[in-house]
Design a protein around this ligand. Structure first.
Ligand code: FAD
Ligand code: DHB
Length: 392
């Protein structure tokens, strides 16, 4: 069998790439390890940069986003017992972010792809790629019905996340990896409780970081910094709410509590693998890079990568022009490194490092006071948070 573009992974990167290619008349096949229900329920990110939301709208995916997404014009930073507001519309040229969960982006994309008759195969196994340095790379997999298939492609997109098979298919000697671990993790709780805040609160507390986010006006998403080897079972709901109330404490204000819908622990890591292209294999999203979640960049980077890739593959496959494909990796890595730095900066400014000396806390507090009092510093945070450089 043949297809112009073989796509490995039906996360946001793979699904959106397939959609953007279809808009340009290029067919693709997506192969995905998991079931549709699993992909649609996987709890992850919640914030879209202005450019990501605009791109989804321009691609015809804005109906539910506009009806159900919550536009946020800023965030709160809390430290030293005080809560400060950063007004992004004022600081970042009128730009804002939209709270719309990754689960909803994925549901919209899957529904739209299937309605368009796309070839989307769930529950495949044994995915493998070969002949990547030729003009006819191969994508092999076993379909859900047990049939082994081989697709001859013009290009393959590795959108298979951090644990996928595509990045390791690039020879080690051709890859450079930058990696940093953090000595903490996040415990996230999705709760049936109205958010107690109109915009997200990022809080630095001597016990550790806490984040108050939301999914809609009935559902809150909150996170706590915990030890890296934490098991969710060690945190019964009562303990989670107590820690959240302590870390967000302000006179006359309390987190609204409610039954947990999901509780999970997320490790923290910065990771970049370059180049993002090998022959006719193009990596996009978490397959090539991971950021710690502070700053909400992971999903937005995946969207930015495939926006660049859709243009590059269109030029390559429809016009035989390889210039954008040749520039793909460098174009993406420039944004990836900006987000990698921003996420590292937000993370280290707001988390308690176990065993750190008192100097660290004093430096963090000084930085937070600077960010909340200097226009230059608050513009820096705001323009990175809403998305820098703006997605074209
Ligand atoms: P993914 O969403 O990982 O999709 C990859 C897909 O490929 C998956 O569906 C997977 O099943 C499939 N796949 C893997 N291997 C194969 C194979 N061999 N064959 C076929 N298919 C395969 N970001 C934020 O901004 N804020 C957050 O709060 C946040 N929380 C997160 C929590 C967790 C637990 C994780 C893992 C990530 C989180 N992120 C968060 C990051 C964000 O969700 C990711 O950056 C985003 O999902 C990247 O999209 P992607 O399409 O590149 O990868
Ligand atoms: C969410 C996650 C983040 O990492 C973040 O910085 C903001 C919001 C969320 O899941 O809603």
């Amino acid at each position: 069998m043949r297809t112009p573009v073989g796509i490995v992974g039906a996360g946001p990167a793979g699904l959106l790439l397939s959609h953007l290619l279809a808009l340009r008349g290029i067919e693709s096949v997506i192969v995905e390890l998991r079931s549709r229900a699993y992909c649609e329920a996987r709890q992850r990110a919640g914030v879209l940069e202005q450019g990501s939301a605009d791109l989804l709208r321009a691609a015809g995916l804005g109906t539910r986003l506009d009806a159900e997404g919550l536009e946020h014009g800023g965030i709160y930073l809390q430290f030293d017992g005080e809560r400060h507001h950063l007004d992004f519309r004022d600081l970042a040229g009128g730009r804002s972010v939209t709270v719309y969960a990754q689960t909803e982006v994925v549901k919209d994309l899957i529904a739209s792809r299937l309605a368009d008759g796309a070839n989307l195969e769930f529950e495949v196994s044994g995915t493998a790629v070969a002949d990547l340095d030729t003009g006819r790379p191969l994508l092999r997999y076993t379909a859900a019905d047990g049939t082994r298939r081989e697709l001859a492609c013009d290009a393959i997109a590795g959108c298979d996340g951090f644990h996928g098979i595509c990045r390791p298919a690039i020879p080690d000697r051709l890859r450079t990896v930058w990696e940093r671990g953090y000595p903490y993790a996040w415990l996230g709780i999705l709760a049936e409780a109205p958010p107690a805040t109109d915009e997200l609160i990022y809080a630095r507390h001597p016990d550790g970081f806490a984040l108050h986010s939301m999914r809609n006006l009935q559902t809150s998403k909150l996170y706590l910094q915990v030890e890296p080897d934490t098991r969710a079972e060690d945190w019964p709901e009562a303990r989670i709410w107590q820690a959240l109330q302590e870390r967000f404490a302000l006179p006359g204000w309390a987190v609204k509590e409610g039954p947990a819908l999901d509780i999970a622990v997320t490790p923290m890591r910065s990771f970049v693998s370059a180049p993002m292209r090998y022959g006719r294999l193009f990596l996009a999203g978490d397959a090539a890079h991971i950021v710690p979640p502070t700053g909400a960049k992971g999903l937005n980077l995946a969207i930015a990568d495939v926006t660049v890739l859709a243009d590059a593959l269109t030029e390559l496959l429809l016009r035989g022009d390889h210039r954008l494909a040749d520039a793909y990796s460098d174009t993406c890595l420039s944004r990836v490194w900006r987000s990698t730095h921003f996420s590292w900066w937000m993370t280290t400014m707001l988390h308690r490092t176990p065993g750190a000396d008192p100097m660290e806390a004093a430096l963090q507090l000084s930085q937070l006071r600077y960010v909340t009092t200097s226009r230059a510093a608050s513009v820096t945070l705001a323009e990175n948070y809403v998305g820098y450089p703006p997605l074209r």
